[in-house]
Design a binder for this molecule. Structure first.
Ligand code: ATP
Ligand code: FE2
Length: 326
């Protein structure tokens, strides 16, 4: 039977409501991002934004999909990882909707959702290069878990880019602003920190800010920053491909919207004879569709919904999830 799934995302700055069919047809992908007036993200303000905007997003999603709530067969929301107040807002919206329409409710892992949406693009057993604000991980499936093969040991790559951009007076989110400014070919000498399979971005961001302060043009600094950060990420992804023998790479997370990163990953995979799957930008950033899609994969597989599914989990790591549906 072709069922219809409602997916709800609210782990950090983005509130998302997505509707997708069990055949992978996207019927709506509504998103709204909380943008702080100044400084970084305030969890409680972001949560207030989400609770204000959810009714609007629900309404738009159902209108666009031309559906009634009673036509939904599963509600899936992101249990974590993420910011407590934001997670609770999404969980409350999901619960209220599911209970009032007597629809089963499942809570899923946000990071795994970024990976599984890549399977919708055609990948079957990929390595995921997951680059977002808070997370920077290289993930692949091995014996019932999505294992983290490498990750950042300090800040997430996107948060690093955002921090640099904020200090350089560019506003939030920083990643897209840095991308627009970046212009080569001059490459400044900046830290390149790959330690085994792990990466560190904090020193790179600080060094880039000092280059800017010492008079280097913003175009050159942002270009050099991107080249180093993305080359580090691609190097670890390439090693994970070599180590696991897998032949597919999927990009995910907001930073995967970046054209230079997409180009680097494409070149690396072509050189290795590996396939590269790059979801559309509105599926790379945080969105409800990927949450709905993962919920359906789990329920359609062997996953049994439990009481746990009702509770958010701020530190719900990728490798804590029992992958019973593959
Ligand atoms: P997660 O909870 O998975 O860590 P997130 O809350 O950070 O996700 P995402 O939407 O996955 O949310 O990613 C947001 C990040 O992506 C921000 O740090 C933003 O600067 C970055 N980003 C968005 N577009 C681009 C781009 N074109 N180039 C570089 N970075 C980008
Ligand atoms: Fe995300």
């Amino acid at each position: 039977m072709n069922s219809i799934i409602l997916g709800i995302e609210s782990t950090a700055h983005t509130a998302g409501v997505g509707i997708i069919t069990s055949e992978g047809k996207i019927l709506s992908n509504q998103r709204s991002m909380y943008i702080p007036e100044e400084g970084g993200i305030h969890p409680r303000e972001a949560a207030r934004h989400h609770s204000d905007i959810f009714p609007v997003l629900f309404d738009k999603a159902f209108k666009e999909a031309n559906l009634k709530p009673s036509e939904i067969s599963l509600v899936s929301y992101a249990r974590g990882p993420g910011l407590g107040p934001c997670l609770r807002t999404g969980a409350t919206a999901a619960r209220a909707f599911a209970y009032s329409h007597e629809i089963p409710l499942i809570g899923v892992n946000h990071c795994v959702a970024h990976l599984e949406i890549g399977l919708l693009e055609g990948a079957t057993d990929p390595v995921l290069l997951y680059l977002s604000g808070a997370n920077t991980q290289v993930i692949a499936y091995a014996s019932e878990k999505y294992r983290v093969f490498g990750e950042t040991i300090d800040i997430g790559i996107g948060n690093g880019l955002d921090k640099f951009a904020r200090e350089a007076g560019m506003g939030f989110p920083g990643g897209p602003k840095i991308e627009k400014l970046a212009k080569g070919p001059e490459l400044l000498d900046l830290p390149y920190s790959v330690k085994g399979m792990d990466m560190a971005f904090s020193g790179l961001m600080t060094a880039a800010k000092s280059k800017l302060d010492s008079g280097h043009p913003i175009e050159t600094v942002t270009y050099s920053l991107q080249e180093n950060a993305f080359a580090m990420s691609c190097e670890v992804a390439e090693r994970a491909l070599a180590h696991t023998g897998k032949t597919e790479l999927v990009l995910g997370g907001g930073v995967a919207c970046n054209e230079r990163l997409r180009e680097m990953a494409t070149i690396m995979t072509e050189e290795r004879g590996v396939k590269c799957f790059i979801p559309s930008k509105d599926l790379c950033v945080d969105n409800g569709v990927m949450i709905g899609w993962l919920g359906y994969q789990m329920v359609n597989g062997d996953y049994k919904i439990t009481e746990e599914d009702n509770r958010v989990h701020q530190k719900y790591r990728t490798d804590m999830v029992e992958v019973t549906w593959r």
